[in-house]
Design a protein around this ligand. Structure first.
Ligand SMILES: Nc1ncnc2c1ncn2[C@@H]1O[C@H](COP(=O)(O)OP(=O)(O)OP(=O)(O)O)[C@@H](O)[C@H]1O
Ligand SMILES: [Mg+2]
Length: 256
C-alpha cells in the first residue's frame, strides 16, 4: 500500500535577495485510501510543498525527507517521481503550444506505465474518461491547455489523473474557478480515482464547497510554512467560520 511520508521538510526558493526559506518543517503522511485536505492563507507555502514533492527545480530542499513507500523521493528526477506514482495537478496548469492533448496524454501514459498503451484500448480509455469528465472530444486535437478556460484546464488535470492512475495525487486548488457543474464533474472524477482505495489524495483548497463532494479523512491548517493544526473534516467548517487569524495572529501575518 502506498505511503507518502514527509518529515521535517525545509524548502527555500532563490530570490534576487538570496535564498528565502518558505517551508519550515512540514510533517505529513498520506497513505493509500486516505484523503487529506490542506487549507491555509495565501502565501503560506502550500503550492511550494506540492512543487517540492514533485521536484520543481526552483525549490531547494534544505532539510528533512520525502519518501514514497520508503524510497527517497528527493533523490529522484521529476520523471522518476512520476513513474514512482506521484502526480501533481498544478494550481496554474502550463500551456504547451504545438503538442496536442492526445499526444501528450499518450506520451505521459507510456512514460508512467513503462510501455506504450495498445492503440485500440487506449483510444477507448481516453474517450471514456473524456466522456465521464464531460470534455468535448474536439479537445483531443488542441494544444495542451493553450487557450483553455480556467475550468477547462482543471478538467484536463483530472483527465490526466484518471489515465495515469498514480499512487499519490496532489491536487493544488483543482476546484478554483470551477462553476457548480464543473465542480461536480471534477469531484466525481476524483472520487472515482479514490474508489479503489489504493491511492492517496492530498487536496489543497481554499473552499469547503469541494469538501462537501470529496469528504476528507483529515484536514490540515497550513500557516507560515508549516502544518499548525490537524483534525477531521469538521476542522474545515471551523476554518470557514473563524478564518486563520487564530493561527497567524493577524490577517496580514498569514504568509511567510
Ligand atoms: N520563485 C519564487 N520567488 C520568490 N518568492 C516565491 C517564489 N515561489 C514562492 N515564493 C513565495 O513563497 C511564498 C509561498 O508561496 P506559495 O505559492 O507556496 O503559497 P500558497 O500557500 O500556495 O498561496 P496561495 O493560496 O495564494 O496559492 C509566497 O510568499 C511566495 O511569494
Ligand atoms: Mg498556491
Amino acid at each position: 500500500m502506498a505511503t507518502l511520508e514527509i518529515k521535517d521538510l525545509h524548502v527555500s526558493v532563490a530570490t534576487d535577495d538570496g535564498a528565502k526559506e518558505i517551508l519550515k518543517g512540514v510533517d505529513l503522511t498520506v497513505r493509500a485510501g486516505e484523503t487529506h485536505a490542506i487549507m491555509g492563507p495565501n502565501g503560506s507555502g502550500k503550492s511550494t510543498l506540492s512543487y517540492a514533492v514533485a521536484g520543481h527545480p526552483k525549490y531547494e530542499v534544505t532539510g528533512g525527507s520525502v519518501t514514497l513507500d520508503g524510497e527517497d523521493v528527493l533523490e529522484m528526477s521529476v520523471d522518476e517521481r512520476a513513474r514512482a506514482g506521484l502526480f501533481l495537478a498544478m494550481q496554474y496548469p502550463v500551456e504547451v503550444p504545438g503538442v496536442s492533448m492526445s499526444n501528450f496524454l499518450r506520451t505521459a501514459a507510456t512514460a508512467v506505465r513503462g510501455e506504450a498503451p495498445k492503440l485500440r484500448t487506449w483510444v477507448k480509455e481516453v474517450k471514456e474518461s473524456m466522456k465521464e469528465l464531460e470534455i468535448d472530444p474536439a479537445f483531443a486535437e488542441r494544444s495542451v491547455n493553450e487557450g483553455f478556460s480556467g475550468g477547462e484546464k482543471k478538467r484536463h488535470e483530472i483527465l490526466q489523473l484518471a489515465l495515469l492512475n498514480p499512487k499519490i495525487a496532489i491536487l493544488d486548488e483543482t476546484d478554483s474557478g470551477l462553476d457548480v457543474d464543473a465542480l461536480r464533474v471534477v469531484s466525481e472524477g476524483v472520487n472515482r480515482f479514490r474508489a479503489s482505495g489504493e491511492s492517496g489524495v492530498l487536496l489543497i483548497t481554499h473552499y469547503t464547497r469541494i469538501l462537501r463532494h470529496i469528504t476528507p479523512d483529515f484536514v490540515h491548517v497550513f500557516a507560515g510554512g508549516r502544518i499548525v493544526e490537524s483534525g477531521g473534516s469538521e476542522l474545515a467548517d471551523q476554518l470557514e467560520a473563524g478564518g486563520y487569524v487564530k493561527y497567524t495572529g493577524s490577517p496580514e501575518a498569514a504568509g511567510v
